[in-house]
Ligand binder design. Sequence first.
Ligand SMILES: [Zn+2]
Length: 436
Amino acid sequence: MRTRITNVLLTPGATGEPHIPLIPDAEVHISDNRIVYAGPAGTAPVFENADAIGGEGCLCMPGLVNLHTHTPMVFLRGVGADLALDDWLHKAIFPLEKQWTEELIRCATDLGCMEMLRFGTTAFNDMYFYTNAIAETVRDNGMRALLGHGIVDFDESCADMAEGVAMAEKWNHACDDRIRFSLAPHSEGATTPALLRKVAQTAKAMGIPIHTHVSETDFDLQGCLKRRGMTPPAYLEAMGVLDSPVIAAHCVWFNDEDIALFQKHGATVAHNPISNLKLASGVAPVTRMLAAGCRVALGTDGVASNNSLNLWEELKLMPLLQKGVTLDPTVVSPAQALAAATVVGARAMGYDDLGLLREGYLADLILVDTRNAHMTPALDVEANLIYSAQGSDVRLTMVNGKVLYRDGRFATLNRDELLRRAEDGAQGMRRRLAQV
Ligand SMILES: [Zn+2]
């Protein structure tokens, strides 16, 4: 299959230059699931027998990468708002999560993917349960995902480990390499040293990443100091976890040594600013992380603490928060924010050919409408893109060379039917819980 996108303002994405590069009147050529040309129309090679997509008035950019979420938690949208963390978890979230069935997980995963596709997210990194059902759902809806089966261990039995490894063996590189797997020990506090050592050895042997929560709250940090006599990053290093590629969600309570350790091992911080604010966890020291050369990407976290999967909100909030807490308006450039929402996450998911619009890269891209009052005038396009654009400006979302969303229509999902099933399913969970 061949697709030719014409008349777009193109950004290949941000890679570390001070500004986001922009190419007016550009074309993108896609053959099967790869970009074969992305550049000025004037120098584009002949590309015949291709489906044409006119991109007038649109910016074409890499699809967004949501580096930390728990997709099925869309069914818990709005649940337990404004409760303290402990009550939120134990009185609101955990009881509802006992009501899951495999069928509900599939429905919730599709709902979350529909929301992500609508807002231009093409790939996501997930940790949850019923992971086989999530993988089957992603296989069918066409998104790109790094999935991990959440592993907890309180008694050194490492009972969840076998299931997580079996799923990784079954699904890693499946579906034309759209689906990959991680090992996903939940956090230091929900696992034992024996388990983490096992995870570290297995991930290394399998060559897959480790996805975990790190220093989300001061409570997590203090608990780790008490239990292990060191900070969570130092503990992860001691267990051998940092010898594999690591995606560490939150990292709010990091000191400079923690940041240096992550930089040394090339671990990626999945920064979830909205979730951290909503649960009153704090603000991650992203400015210091970036200054130290630490990899920082963006995630939404689960919808229960966000309350959406709209990564554009994180894209805007990341620089704003850092300006606010450092009292320095020059920190976190639009290019750094865009990189955090795209290529840095793609690399952390293990793809070296994803997150930029370049020849040879995987064709995960989006078209963003710029002909709106809130994007006019275009005196500073990169500022508009980070601070003015809305998730709803996304007009087209392509994953692995296939258009999965365009102008209100989803290629693999029946919107109205899915919304109805999701509403019924989530209401049913709440009803059953009330009867317990
Ligand atoms: Zn999380």
